[in-house]
Design a protein around this ligand. Sequence first.
Ligand SMILES: [Zn+2]
Length: 337
Amino acid sequence: MQLQQIETYPEELLSCDVKDLHHLFPQPTLMHLSGKNKQPLFVSVLLHGNETTGFFALQNLLNKYAKQTLPRSLSVFFGNTQAAERGLRRLDGQLDYNRMWPGTEALACAETQIAGQVVDIMREKEVFASIDIHNNTGLNPHYACINRLDNRYLQLGNLFSRLVVYFIRPMGVQSAAFTEFCPAVTLECGRPGQQHGVDHAFEYLNDCLHLSELVDHPVHIQDIDLFHSSVQVKIQKNSSFSFTDKKSDLLFDKLLERMNFTEVPAGTCFGLVQDDSAMPLSAIDEHGLDVTDKFFKIDGAQLQIKRKTMPSMLTLDERVIRQDCLCYLMERIALAV
Ligand SMILES: [Zn+2]
């Protein structure tokens, strides 16, 4: 597997389906298109193969500028086209393409090498800003994530949504790698396959191409809801879980995903357990410490949250829960007036 760099694209890219992209680009591909302002905007799409909104937004953007010069140079990394062909986040045995970037805890492999190359190339080009576009499976609003509390990064995130989430973990995500040398955001555009998600991401990309600079002014506090996502919750490896099978170690409540971006009080039930002595979840904070006991307890057969918190990315998709995580837990950050 080798990184391919291109400066023009095949005509089919303007109309192909996301599943056909792998035929166009069998190798990981970094595309550089020249625009009026030479400092490129960097966009990555399909780091997760089933998260198609970024690809379709980009396709609309390429169509818009097919016969006119881009306002700013644009570099695009097409991520896991192989998984996209199959409609999956990643293939079994593949490294998660949003955990392979410099800073990752994964062992060096072909994927981490390619991610490192992309970062080096874009740093060399003095990239203007970086945008990585994702979807999620649960009921979530559109929001932007940043990995540094800096005015320019907040401005870039706030341009997409009033909801901005700050996190430093998981490690090895694309935006964290780019954060070291340019303003970087991850966009969460709701579920895949929604036209308003594609439209929103397209408008945002177009706006970013027209930005002459990112100002270092504070964001107006009335325009932003800023949260710190500090805890990742996973299912313990040896625990079974389900939304329907009452014999599982942990039976989740189907209303779970309605809690996303909602403050839930202490005592809220996440599900029912078979064995009240075996905690089926593990909560890890941003320093890698196990904080399960601070956040969860078993009361009778109920698995309860122990303190007021705000979950995000809760989903009913069992494969995603097993491959990635159950959810993140957040708290609000108050910006100075
Ligand atoms: Zn994703």
